[in-house]
Design a protein around this ligand. Structure first.
Ligand code: B3K
Ligand code: ZN
Length: 890
């Protein structure tokens, strides 16, 4: 908890550390009611700082430390007494007498009562750690900043019977028995690392073991540690790990560097996973997957997160961040790497569609709200609040744009140079850009505005065709709305991948006015000015432009397409992403028309062109089924909210449901045929976690969700049959979700009960069970959620449960959450106030829906702000919650 006014920390104040820590020797004695941490730090004056101020004496040494009970402290073997040092809530300061010295400290900590899940804590019966960003200071006194890199040895001592497995970073070098039924193990990590990559685990764990032969023929032992009951759910993660290791060698030339790589699954974890050197700790939801208990989406998430954390070994660990403002240096880059990996392993276009839909719904909303910040923020109160969609997802888009601008080969040369130049260093986003510039002989100084300016740029495009001169011009006008602390924005570099279609749906050759010959049929225009046009010559007929192919820049592009033109693009665009995008834009236009009708109290009438467009997709058996499923998914309510000036929650819901109902009726036959055909394949073959099978099931399940809107008995029977007779969670959960949202009360209640009874001992499956109910848009949502909070499987202490129930209700159930009486807001605020004391990081994350008050009508705005005020006044707030609430109320 905060005891003083939280302080803003600024990038401009960065200074290199006064002292360095060459070696860190840790000993942990783990007990049930406390733990002891002994740290020996081999330290010296930072020569860089000494050289900068040669006349000055030795500055004081200020170590970070929070919630530590200091038991003893010595310097170079001399025991210090309280007069020799100063202690406050978060620091220990002393005056060194020599430029090199060794500090020994012992502290007592309480992992057994650590509910914040940061530092050393217990998840169930096991001990584990989460140190990024600033958790190590809750373990021992230290220079807890990423530019202090040290070699670690770690000795763990614990009761043998309860904790037979004792793990830390690097390689095990010694072990033995201790008195009183205890034992110890010493680990040594040969690589220098910042404290945020430190980890330890102690528990009664089983492991699945495999090995990997690296490109230089070294054998690496691979181990996934889980609680015994989960040992049968590790194979998919292991396969994903081996694929990731191979891919990083092939695509980036990066080889793994230790003899052992370990993953440990824990149930209580604030985020998805953590890339600690050689010892990744994972939320069990991102490791455990098998057909019966994990959906296709969960399988794909496991594959992506395993890859993401593994890739950090180079992009994050070998080359790390100088300070936390540079977080996107490792996160944006690593998200880009994992997205490309997933694209290579599965369907590239589908992966891109999913990522862009997510970015536009959630990151664009963040960028338009009170917490908006640049990819490289320049100030923060609590760094935990900056593990955001902007730093991760938009950061990845920024790296993708560099890839687009320099091409795959140039990009690889840039990363080779970056890794060679900075191996073992803590660096900045500028260093990454510099490597790209030097490897490619280009100037990215204007491009760097993507790191320093927040907000989502708008790009308005106009066209002009001159039939006589056979020229076609595209004019671009870019602008970017103000964001907190940033009024005026300079123009960005916006790469626009594009093509032109002729009347036969063919790609036209692209020759710009100053070029001697056409350069292909798809190319990238680089927009660098506020207003800019490009003129193509030899354009035989009026073309239809296909713009921002593959979503080549994270902007809001507008072009005045007619609905007929969008249908044309849906059919003919050679870019799969843009075919989907055309369908989305068509749906948005149609839905916005319905929203308007609903708001005016008119009868809603669906534009039949949407029916025709989606119907022709269903009729075409040659199309990728995953693409058809994506195209059938109408833009979500959250996205429709994001693109509204003022969102009318009820009209959006009513319009979208009306459109779904009309589509279900008009397309009943083709949907039913597709459903039955796909279901038949699912029924008669065993589950396979591969792209073609994901595709088949996704079309099957979206078809089912439409069909059930008909409430026909044969569909209900099919749904129940799918629910009962299937070998996998993808089909079972989809059927359950459809039932939960249906009017069949009896069947619904029975299915929910059967499911809960069968899976009551599997917490991850129960999370799904909570989520489908929390997201159900039928009336009475809050009451259902409140009842579920009392279910024996629910606890506020487990972040997955909080996300599954409270997060799903406030984020995926707009009509219920935004009830006009404010009951949804009040409920959320109550939970945040409780969680503020238990787990500040989770509390702060849950605030997101309330921070978006600017999108709603005056009455809702007042209610939402009222709840934010109530949280602010509720007592002592964590810095996490304080920062989000106070910024949201400005
Ligand atoms: N680097 C971790 C994030 C930890 C955040 C802690 N507040 C996970 C990841 O991005 O790989
Ligand atoms: Zn990461």
């Amino acid at each position: 908890m905060r005891t003083e006014q939280p302080k803003m920390i600024y990038l401009k104040d960065y200074q290199a550390p006064d002292y360095l820590i060459d070696e860190t020797h840790l000993t942990f004695e783990l007990f049930e009611d406390h733990s002891l941490v002994h740290a020996q730090l081999v330290m010296r004056r930072n020569p860089e700082r000494a050289a900068a101020d040669p006349g000055a004496g030795l500055p004081p040494l200020v170590l970070d430390g929070q919630q530590l009970e200091l038991l003893s402290l010595s310097v170079d073997g001399r025991e210090l007494t309280p007069g020799d040092y100063q202690l406050d809530d978060s620091h220990l300061s002393l005056q060194p007498e020599a430029a090199s010295f060794v500090i020994d400290s012992s502290v007592r900590i309480h992992p057994e009562s650590n509910t914040a899940l940061e530092g050393l804590y217990k998840s169930g019966s096991m001990f584990c750690t989460q140190c990024e960003a600033e958790g190590f200071r809750k373990i021992t006194y230290y220079l807890d900043r990423p530019d202090v890199m040290s070699k670690f040895t770690t000795t763990l001592s614990a009761e043998q019977h309860r904790y037979p497995v004792l793990l830390s970073n690097g390689n095990p070098i010694a072990s033995g028995p201790d008195e009183g039924g205890r034992h110890w193990v010493t680990w040594e990590d040969p690589f220098k690392k910042p404290a945020y990559l430190f980890a330890l685990v102690a528990g009664d764990l089983w492991c699945v073991e495999d090995s990997f032969t690296t490109m230089t023929q070294r054998e690496v032992a691979l181990r996934i540690y889980v609680e015994p009951e989960n040992i049968d759910k590790c194979q998919h993660a292991m396969d994903s790990l081996k694929k990731s290791m191979r891919w990083d060698e092939e695509v980036y030339g990066r080889e793994y560097d230790l003899d052992i790589f370990m993953i440990v699954a824990v149930n209580d974890f604030n985020m998805g996973a953590m890339e600690n050197k050689g010892l990744n700790i994972f939320n069990s939801s991102c490791v455990l997957a098998r057909a019966e208990t994990a959906t296709d989406a969960a399988h794909q998430r496991v594959e992506a997160v395993v890859a993401h954390e593994y890739f950090h070994n180079w992009s994050g660990n070998r080359v790390t961040c100088r300070d936390w403002f540079q977080l996107s240096l490792k996160e944006g880059f690593t998200v880009f790497r994992d997205a490309e990996f997933s694209a290579d392993m599965n369907s590239r276009t589908v992966k891109r569609i999913e990522d862009v839909a997510y970015l536009r719904t959630h990151q664009f909303a963040e960028d338009a709200g009170p917490m908006a910040h640049p990819v490289r923020p320049d100030a923060f109160i609590e760094i935990s609040n900056f593990y955001t969609l902007t730093v991760y997802e938009k950061g990845s888009e920024v790296v993708r744009m560099i890839h687009t601008l320099v091409g795959a080969e140039g990009f690889r040369q840039g990363t080779d140079l970056y890794f060679a130049r900075h191996d073992g260093q803590a660096v900045t986003c500028d260093d990454f850009i510099k490597a790209m510039e030097d490897a490619n002989g280009i100037d990215l100084s204007q491009f760097k505005r993507w790191y320093s300016q927040g907000g989502t740029p708008r790009l308005a495009v106009g066209e002009a065709y001159d039939a006589q001169a056979k020229t076609y011009s595209l004019s671009f006008r870019q602008s970017c709305p103000a964001t907190p602390g940033q009024q005026d924005k300079q123009p960005f570099v916006i790469p626009v991948a594009m093509g032109l279609l002729d009347g036969q749906g063919r790609e036209m050759p692209l020759r710009l006015a100053d070029e001697a010959a056409a350069v292909g049929t798809s190319r990238v225009l680089s927009i660098t000015e506020a207003e800019q046009s490009f003129t193509f010559v030899d354009v035989a007929e009026q073309p239809l432009p296909s713009l921002l192919r593959g979503f080549s820049a994270p902007v809001k592009l507008s072009f005045p397409y007619s609905r007929d033109q969008l249908m044309y693009l849906m059919q003919h665009d050679s870019d799969g992403f843009n075919r989907w995008e055309a369908g989305q834009q068509l749906s948005v236009q149609v839905l916005q028309e319905l929203i308007g009708q609903h708001r005016r109290g008119e009868t809603m009438v669906l534009d039949q062109r949407l029916v025709k467009a989606l119907g022709s997709l269903l009729d075409n058996a040659t199309l990728d089924q995953a693409m058809v499923a994506e195209m059938l998914s109408l833009p979500g309510e959250a996205y429709l909210t994001e693109i509204s000036e003022v969102a009318d929650v009820d009209a959006i819901h009513a319009a979208r449901e009306f459109a779904r109902g009309q589509l279900a009726e008009a397309l009943f036959e083709p949907l039913w045929q597709r459903y039955q055909a796909n279901r038949e394949v699912s029924r008669s073959s065993a589950y396979v976690a591969e792209a073609a099978h994901f595709a088949r099931r996704s079309l099957q399940n979206i078809a089912l969700s439409y069909l059930m809107l008909s409430t026909r008995p044969e569909v209900l029977a099919a749904c129940l049959e799918q629910f009962e007779v299937c070998d996998n969670m993808t089909e079972r959960l989809a059927a359950l979700a459809v039932l939960v949202n249906s009017p069949f009360e009896e069947e619904k209640a029975k299915a929910l009960a059967t499911f809960a009874d069968f899976f009551k001992d599997n917490p991850l499956v129960m999370d799904q069970w909570f989520s489908v109910q929390a997201a159900c848009s039928l009336p009475g949502g809050l009451r259902r959620v409140q009842q579920l909070m009392g279910h024996p499987a629910f606890t506020l202490k487990n972040p997955n449960k909080v996300r599954a129930l409270i997060g799903a209700f406030s984020g995926q159930n707009p009509v219920n959450f935004h009830a006009t009486d404010g009951s949804g807001y009040r409920f959320l605020a109550d939970q945040i106030i409780t969680l503020n004391a238990l787990n500040p990081q989770i509390a702060a994350r849950l605030l997101a829906p309330l921070t978006r008050w600017g999108k709603y009508d005056a009455a809702r705005q007042a209610l939402m702000k009222g709840e934010l005020e109530r949280i602010l006044a509720s007592g002592e707030l964590s810095s996490d919650v304080f920062e989000v609430v106070s910024k949201s109320l400005v």
